[in-house]
Design a protein around this ligand. Sequence first.
Ligand SMILES: [Zn+2]
Ligand SMILES: [Zn+2]
Length: 326
Amino acid sequence: MQQPTSTAVAPLKRPSATIPTEVFLRYLLPVILVHLLGLLAVLPFFFSWTGVIVCVLGIHLFGQAITMGYHRLLAHRSFTAPRWFEWTLTGLALCCLQDTPARWVATHRKHHVHSDEDEDPHTPRVAFLWSHLGWLMLRNHDLTHVSNYSRFARDILEDPFYFWLERHPVAPLVIYFGQCALFFGIPCGIAALLGTPIAEAVLLGASVVVWGVFARTVLVWHITWSVNSLTHMFGYSSHDTGEHSRNNWFVALVAAGEGWHNNHHHDPSACTVQHRWWEFDLTYWEVRALQAIGVVQSITPLRSERIRRAGKSPPRSAVEPIVAAK
Ligand SMILES: [Zn+2]
Ligand SMILES: [Zn+2]
């Protein structure tokens, strides 16, 4: 049943574990730097159609590393995948500069458990800008404390690669900036082999880096951040979830289905967030396509289907383990 779309909710203060004077430079500096580098895309000097195409394709590919990889596979375990596929998604996600798998997952599971409450890391009840990106800029001691990892990301840290990433915080930055060599070298090399003058080939490589890495990173950031901000402010709710999650068609469009966020909060274990035929969930259908060709398995269906298969109404705790949140 569709609920009113009121956003008039009582404001909250920032989580008590954040301190206004403790700016998290590890996030602030890369966010400022990559935004500035991404803005180079507006200069005609760096324009190329190759760069634009790489950017558009990259928004989907790397965006899905976050949506399908970090969110639906790692945070909610809504399907299973072989290690090579999971690590491929994680590698692409690290190229988005959106934190390590354990930290991303722990933060997201905490959001589900404390949605729009004091301990929610990024509720817009504090402020829109806080939920969009402000929460990343101040150190939140709750998110970095070992108890947060042990409660919300214990299963993630059992993976030696993910554990190694936590022990080497510079590694994600090396991976991120390392991708620039590929995005520069491949188009530049191909152009040079095809006889393009070397100066033009170098400029093409630079264009692909500016568009295909930096502009793409900025756009994927804001798409992901919109799920935290816009979908807890604007849209309709189909389910009474006890917080302010909303179904937002715009975010669903740009984030491959993630905008049906009220549906997701209602049933976070399910792989799909499509509750009506027109609430199209592109990510789910891509997971189904991957299942059809044998890459992924064990897709978790909607709660109603899980209950039907169980033949009874199991208690909520049996349906929603903590790793599936809420
Ligand atoms: Zn949410
Ligand atoms: Zn979620």
